[in-house]
Design a protein around this ligand. Structure first.
Ligand code: SIN
Length: 477
């Protein structure tokens, strides 16, 4: 890395305003497999210390005016933009995504900080007419309290921004546990948060393995909320661990997004949408199209056009001008290859040319003839694999699309406006894209139904997740 501000690269946890450096664990660059640095493996005692610090810091932080917190968040936003180049380099080094995409993630992440800086000033309560004379009822909004934030490796900056910014805007304090694959982006965000004026103890960042930290966070009665992005299996486990202390929870979990192309779709727009939705972050996105359903009349033209675009994708180290970087680790690559092998063994055919890529990379591939008995029909591949399922009727497409326990994102392409509303209403998903493959914006509610989780991030809904409503009954008037 060639950082213009090397101080952003911290190999230390942030607890109560102190940076704790201890070379317990290495972090590797997925492109080279070589270590880029170390980090402390924080213990449960250190987690307790961070929780206690966040609890003490609540008193001062919630007492600040909303506009004061908004100003601090706005400074954090501006610092992210000012340091976007360095943040992108750190992100690419630990996560692998191409530099241009990493910079896009920094800007995407910063958009949440800005959005919630603006929302901080609009945390309004209500006055409710009382059923009795001489009384008024106020619904007052208050911060939930100390929050535990557990973030994934696929969007290490954007997911912290999307969870921490609304919490801070609401007046909560935070204990953040970034993925042990990608701690440095989070720690750089911590440096910028300090520079923006976020006081000691308000934002704590713990590095290391998840078991001890997660166990202490979920068990603590002081922690009043947990927000997690990751797999459904771990989300369910965290929910179990949080049950005895009944924490408020936001869970953004796995998906199995259908992407439906009807015969009447604009072919070019559908192919472009598929590229955006499927190959963003090399397919390592929970809203990525996982099952591409194409109606018989447009099937061959769509496959030919998509395969041409996929064959043109460049793959290599994220520091070069490529479209797809390395996958996060060997386990991810093994799963992707297993899905493709399983599909081919069950009759799928490649519509794209085979490549001979080094071990760190996955072959971007379009597979035709996908069927429901294949692993990629029921599991998230989390890689650059585009399986095409052919269908005949709208009813059949909807049955396949909804035939999953997951309900995060769905996409469809049609020019028939009656069908647009019919299908949007019939899809059992938290987010639906019509004639677009891009659905991630700070302004839009993000989240799923069924096994894809609880709650919404971003948008006006995002700040509600960090607020409680207190009913204040005011008598004697
Ligand atoms: C995710 O994959 O977890 C988030 C993707 C997004 O924000 O678009």
């Amino acid at each position: 890395m060639n950082l213009s501000d090397p101080d952003l690269f911290r190999q230390a946890a942030l607890i109560d305003g102190a940076w704790i450096a201890r070379p317990d664990m290495e972090v590797t660059n997925p492109a080279t497999g070589r270590a880029i640095g170390t980090m402390p493996d924080c213990t449960d005692e250190e987690t307790e210390t961070a929780i206690a610090a966040a609890d003490r810091a609540m008193v001062g932080w919630r007492a600040r005016t909303h506009s004061d917190r908004a100003d601090i968040l706005m400074r954090w936003y501006q610092l992210m933009l000012d340091h976007a180049g360095d943040l992108a380099q750190i992100l690419t080094a630990e996560q692998g995504k191409p530099l241009a995409e990493a910079k896009g993630e920094v800007i995407y992440g910063a958009s949440f900080v800005r959005w919630f800086a603006e929302e901080a000033r609009r945390i309004n309560g209500k006055i409710i007419p009382s059923p009795l004379p001489g009384k008024k009822i106020f619904a007052m909004k208050e911060p939930v309290g100390v929050c535990a934030i557990i973030t994934p490796w696929n969007f290490p900056i954007a997911m912290i921004a999307r969870k921490v910014a609304p919490g801070l805007a609401a007046g909560c304090t935070m204990v953040v546990k970034p993925s042990d694959f990608t701690p440095y982006s989070a720690l750089a965000m911590g440096v910028l948060a300090e520079r923006a004026g976020i006081p000691a103890g308000v934002l704590n960042i713990l590095t290391g393995r998840p078991e001890a930290i997660g166990g202490a966070l979920t068990a603590s009665p002081v922690v009043r909320k947990l927000s997690f992005t990751g797999s459904t299996r771990i989300g369910a486990l965290l929910a179990q661990q949080c049950a005895p202390t009944l924490k408020k929870m936001s869970l953004e979990l796995g998906g199995n997004a259908p992407f439906i192309v009807f015969d009447d779709a604009d072919l070019d727009a559908a192919v472009e949408g598929a590229m955006v939705s499927k190959f963003r972050n090399g397919g390592q996105t929970c809203v990525c199209a996982n099952r591409i359903l194409v109606q018989a009349g447009i099937h061959d033209a769509f496959v030919a056009a998509l395969a041409k675009r996929v064959d043109a994708l460049t793959v290599g180290p994220g520091t070069e001008a490529v479209a797809i970087g390395p996958m996060i680790n060997a386990a991810a690559i093994a799963k992707i290859r297993d899905h493709v092998a399983d599909a081919e063994a069950k009759g799928a055919a490649r519509a794209t040319a085979a490549r001979d890529l080094p071990d760190a990379y996955a072959d971007p591939v379009v597979l035709t003839g996908a069927t429901l008995d294949m692993r990629l029909a029921t599991e998230e591949t989390f890689g650059p694999v585009a399986p095409i399922f052919r269908f005949e009727t709208e009813a059949e497409a909807l049955e396949i699309a909804n035939g999953t326990p997951f309900g995060l994102a769905a996409y469809f392409f049609t020019r028939d406006m009656a069908r647009a509303f019919r299908v949007a209403e019939a899809l059992e998903f938290g987010m639906v894209g019509l004639n677009t493959g891009a659905i991630s914006h700070a302004e839009a509610p993000f989240g799923g139904v069924k096994s894809s989780g609880l709650g919404r991030e971003g948008a006006q809904e995002g700040i509600e997740e960090y607020l409680e409503t207190k009913a204040f009954h005011f008598g004697g008037l």
